[in-house]
Design a protein around this ligand. Structure first.
Ligand code: FAD
Length: 425
C-alpha cells in the first residue's frame, strides 16, 4: 500500500494543522513524521530547553495517535539523508508539509523537493504558520512594506475572518506502531527550564498592563506560536475588536517574517546599509557583564538574569537590555541577537532579528539612532516599586551589587556622536 507522509516541523499539533488536514482529507494512509535535524541540533547543548519542549510535545502527539491505532515516526539525522533512506523503506505517493519561511528551511525544502521530484513524488506545501505569507501583503506598486503602520493597515484591510479547519479524523492515519525513542537515545537530557502554558485571559487588560514586567500580564504565546502547539488562526479567532493592541503585536510577528522573506540579507547584515560604517567597540569584558546581568543597571541586570534562569524576558525589558548593549556599550547587535537565540524559549529568527535591528537603529522602521533608552528612567516608569528588579537582583541594596559600569550621560553622548560620525551618508 502506498504511503503519504506528513512531515511535522514547526507545526506540532494535530488540530487546525492545514497540511495535515489536507493530507488526511485527500489520502488514506498518512504517516506522520518528525526529523530531529542534526544540522540544527549539533549547535545546541544537550539539555536545550527547546529540544526538551519539542520532545515532550511529540510524545503527547504520539500518545494521541497511539490510542487511535497509529503512531509518529521519529528519525534523527540530516534531512536529506533521512529522506533518501525513507525512499528506500516506503512506497511514498506524496509528501505534505506546512511552509517554513526561514532561509535555512527554504533551502532544505528545495533540496528535499528535488530529491522527491526525481522519484516522481510531489511535495505539497501549505500556508499554516501565518495569516498572510510571502507576497500577500504588498504595496500598491508591488514592492514589500518596510514600515510597520502601513503594512498593518493593509494587513487589516485584507483580513476579514479566520477560517479554522475542523478536527482531523484518525481513521486515515497509517496503522503501525513505531517505537518512540527516549531522550537519551536522541542524545539529549531533560531541561530544568520549562515552557509555560500560554493564556489568552490577559488580552482584555493587555493594553494597560503589558509594559509592567512585575505584573507578568502577557500571554506567553511566544514558544507556542514558534513551535506551532497552537495555530495562529485559533488565537486570532478568540480576539475581539477591543483587543486591537494585542492583535497588533501578532501583526508585528508577520511584519518581521515578511521582512526576512523579502530581505534575507538581514540575517547577517544591517537592513539599512548606511549603518555598515559603525565600528562597534565589542569589548569582550563588557559583553560578559551584560550576559551575566552584572552591569550595575538594575533593570538591565534583572532582565538578563530572568533570561538566563527561565529562558524568558519581558518585552519591555528586552527593549531596555538591547538598547543598553548597542548604545551604552556600543556592542554589535549581532552578538546580542546570538545570545538571545541561545537562551530564549520563544527564539524566532525573524522576530529576534527584526527587534534587535530595531533596537540598534539599523533595521527597517527602527528606533532613531539618537533615541537612547535611559535604563534608570525605564525602571522608575515601569517598575516603580522595584518589584520585578528585586525578584531577580535581590542583592540590589548591598555592597555586593556593582556600580553602573558606564555613566548614562557619558554613554548616551558617546553613542550619538559615534552614530552621527560613522553612519554613511
Ligand atoms: P505577548 O506580549 O503576549 O505578545 C503576543 C505575541 O505577539 C508574542 O508571543 C509574539 O508572537 C507577538 N509579538 C509581541 N511583541 C512582538 C514584537 N515586538 N515583535 C514580533 N512579535 C511580537 N519575539 C519572539 O517571538 N521571538 C524572539 O526571538 C524575540 N526576540 C526579541 C528580541 C528583542 C531585542 C526584543 C525587543 C523583542 C523580541 N521579541 C521576540 C518580541 C517580544 O519581546 C516577544 O514576542 C514577547 O515578549 C513574548 O512574550 P509573550 O508571548 O508573552 O508576548
Amino acid at each position: 500500500m502506498k504511503t503519504t507522509i506528513f512531515w511535522f516541523r514547526r507545526d506540532l499539533r494535530l488540530n487546525d494543522n492545514i497540511a495535515l488536514y489536507e493530507a488526511l482529507s485527500k489520502k488514506a494512509n498518512v504517516l506522520p513524521l518528525f526529523i530531529f535535524d542534526e544540522h540544527i541540533l549539533e549547535e545546541l547543548p544537550r539539555d536545550d530547553a527547546r529540544v526538551y519542549f519539542i520532545y515532550k510535545t511529540l510524545q503527547s502527539i504520539h500518545n494521541q495517535l497511539h490510542s487511535n491505532n497509529s503512531s509518529l515516526l521519529i528519525r534523527k539525522g540530516k534531512p536529506e539523508e533521512v529522506w533518501a533512506k525513507l525512499l528506500q523503506e516506503f512506497t511514498i505517493d506524496s509528501v505534505f508539509i506546512n511552509k517554513d519561511y526561514e532561509p535555512y528551511a527554504i533551502k532544505r525544502d528545495a533540496q528535499i523537493k528535488e530529491l522527491l521530484h526525481h522519484n516522481n513524488i510531489p511535495l505539497l506545501a501549505y500556508k499554516d504558520q501565518v495569516v498572510f505569507e510571502e507576497s500577500e501583503v504588498m504595496k500598491a506598486d508591488g514592492t514589500p512594506y518596510t514600515v510597520f503602520t502601513p503594512y498593518k493597515n493593509k494587513w487589516l484591510s485584507l483580513f476579514d475572518s479566520v477560517d479554522i479547519k475542523p478536527m482531523i479524523s484518525y481513521k486515515n492515519f497509517h496503522q503501525t506502531f513505531y517505537h518512540f525513542p527516549s531522550l537519551k537515545e536522541l542524545g539529549f537530557v531533560a531541561s530544568h527550564i520549562r515552557v509555560k502554558d500560554f493564556s489568552l485571559d490577559v488580552v482584555d487588560d493587555y493594553e494597560t498592563k503589558r509594559n509592567f514586567p512585575a505584573l507578568d500580564e502577557t500571554s506567553y504565546l511566544g514558544p507556542h506560536l514558534r513551535f506551532g502547539t497552537i495555530s495562529i488562526r485559533q488565537v486570532i479567532a478568540q480576539l475581539s475588536k477591543e483587543n486591537a493592541v494585542f492583535f497588533s503585536e501578532l501583526i508585528w510577528r508577520e511584519f518581521f517574517m515578511q521582512i526576512l522573506f523579502h530581505f534575507p540579507k538581514v540575517v547577517s547584515n544591517n537592513f539599512k546599509a548606511k549603518y555598515d560604517g559603525i565600528k562597534w567597540l565589542n569589548h569582550e569584558h563588557d559583553f560578559q557583564r551584560w550576559c551575566e546581568g552584572n552591569t550595575g543597571y538594575p533593570m538591565v541586570d534583572a532582565g538578563m538574569r530572568q533570561l538566563n534562569q527561565t529562558g524568558y524576558m519581558h518585552n519591555r525589558v528586552r527593549m531596555v537590555v538591547a538598547s543598553f548593549l548597542c548604545k551604552h556599550l556600543l556592542i554589535d547587535w549581532r552578538l546580542g541577537e546570538v545570545y538571545f537565540a541561545q537562551k530564549l524559549l520563544d527564539y524566532e529568527l525573524a522576530s529576534n532579528n527584526g527587534n534587535w535591528q530595531w533596537a540598534a537603529g539599523t533595521g527597517c522602521d527602527a528606533a532613531p539612532y539618537f533615541r537612547v533608552f535611559n535604563p534608570t528612567e525605564q525602571a522608575k516608569k515601569f517598575d516603580a516599586q522595584s518589584v520585578y528588579i528585586r525578584k531577580w537582583v535581590p542583592e540590589i541594596d548591598t555592597d555586593n551589587y556593582p556600580d553602573p559600569m558606564v555613566d548614562h550621560s557619558f554613554a548616551r553622548k558617546r553613542a550619538i556622536d559615534k552614530y552621527k560620525k560613522e553612519i554613511i551618508s
